[in-house]
Design a protein. Structure first.
Length: 202
């Protein structure tokens, strides 16, 4: 019996058409062109660290120092204002009753006994007053000089406000707030204005 011959079918790959060959050719040319462009493109240098950050930090630090100095000036101005109020009140009490006691200062300035004790201790360290426990408070020569300047400013500002027709009660209240912040130049101008108004009345 003759053996059967088996045939193996081979799958043949279809030959590329003209259309697919053209597409492959165009794709290879495009890839080659893009590669050449990438190789020939100038290199962009890496971005250097921005110099604005240190500048911003310096500006922030200067602003912080400026604010700190502003707060310090405010505290110094407030301390000077308190000292002026105290030496003025001490002078008024000594002239009125012959002495200035802690209890009298507390009543005059509208503060507590403890506040007066602490403030007087600071004024004593600053050389403006002298005192002993359970004794009256007295001004040093430096304190008397400061009190004289404060009284002069007080009288000039009060007289100027009165010359404007402001009521006595309002002028006195406003003077307490204004007198601590008036410069010598402004005081001279206020004095001239008062003198000119007095001369016109005569």
């Amino acid at each position: 019996m003759a053996a059967k011959r088996t045939t193996t079918s081979r799958r043949t790959t279809p030959a590329p058409t003209r259309q697919s060959t053209a597409k492959d050719s165009r794709a290879r040319r495009t890839t080659s062109t893009n590669s050449n462009r990438l190789r020939s493109a100038p290199r962009v240098p890496a971005a250097e660290p921005s110099e604005s950050e240190p500048a911003k930090a310096r500006l922030a630090e200067r602003e912080r120092l400026r604010q700190a100095e502003g707060h310090a000036q405010t505290r110094r101005a407030h301390a000077a204002e308190v000292a002026e109020d105290y030496v003025e009140a001490i002078t008024d009490l000594i002239e009125a009753v012959g002495e200035a006691r802690v209890v009298d200062l507390a009543e005059c300035l509208g503060v507590t006994h403890v506040t007066v004790v602490r403030t007087v201790a600071r004024l004593q360290r600053d050389g403006l007053v002298t005192t002993r426990p359970y004794r009256s408070i007295f001004l040093t020569p430096e304190g008397q000089s400061l009190a004289g300047n404060v009284r002069r400013r007080h009288e000039i500002v009060l007289a100027f406000l009165r010359s404007l027709g402001i009521s006595d009660s309002a002028a006195r209240a406003d003077t307490e707030g204004i007198e601590h912040h008036v410069s010598d130049e402004t005081l001279l101008a206020l004095e001239r204005a008062i003198a000119q108004k007095d001369n016109r009345r005569r």
